[in-house]
Ligand binder design. Structure first.
Ligand SMILES: [Zn+2]
Length: 192
């Protein structure tokens, strides 16, 4: 796992908990989420108290326990609460985000996000017969990620919390050859 030392409080935190903060003019610093949020709050003169939420386990549709980490990030006049899984020390699998005004209550945000996550991870879009993956019904929800192994900047899709390559997804669509589709893209903070 990548660890980063916070330039302000010197705590060692996981790479996914650190923010590369600054600008070309002032130089960059690595900050933990707490120090980052405190600095943004101070600059914006916001009333804000950081909360470091503990990870939460939640069973998905197949009964598999999913462990979610949380990050609270102050983004100027908004606050984002993110939930994500960690695979091999990095962010991977399911990811969720909720946005609100900077001075919103983080615990209330957490309650709303957890509700949304519960609904989302109980949905199944893929069917796996052990040999190949297929689209279980006629709707697919997921996240567009990047396939770092692809030479052509192909997307990597994350569906049901698992990575599905662009090629794999193309093969799945061939079950529906001749059908139509509607593709709608939404901001990461929206519920799909
Ligand atoms: Zn710190």
């Amino acid at each position: 796992m990548t660890e980063v030392q916070c330039n302000t409080c010197h705590a060692r935190v996981a790479g996914y908990d650190a923010v590369h903060f600054g600008s070309i003019g002032t130089g960059y610093r690595e900050l933990c989420s707490r120090c980052f949020n405190e600095e943004v709050a101070r600059r914006g003169q916001l009333k804000f108290e950081h909360v470091g939420f503990e990870p939460v386990n939640m069973p998905d549709a197949a009964g598999v326990k999913r462990r979610f980490h949380f990050l609270l990030r102050l983004l100027g006049d908004q606050v984002a609460l993110e939930a994500f899984e960690v695979q091999g020390g990095e962010r991977g699998g399911y990811e969720f985000q909720i946005l609100d005004d900077a001075e919103a209550d983080p615990f209330e945000l957490m309650a709303r996000l957890v509700e949304r996550m519960r609904r989302a991870i109980l949905l199944r879009h893929l069917a796996d017969d052990g040999l190949r993956l297929s689209i279980a019904d006629v709707t697919v929800r997921g996240r567009i990620s990047c396939d770092l192994d692809s030479d052509y900047h192909h997307p990597m899709l994350v569906i049901d919390g698992r990575e599905v390559s662009w090629e794999q997804f193309g093969q799945m669509l061939m079950t529906f050859e001749g059908w139509q589709f509607k593709l709608e893209i939404k901001d990461r903070s929206e519920e799909v």
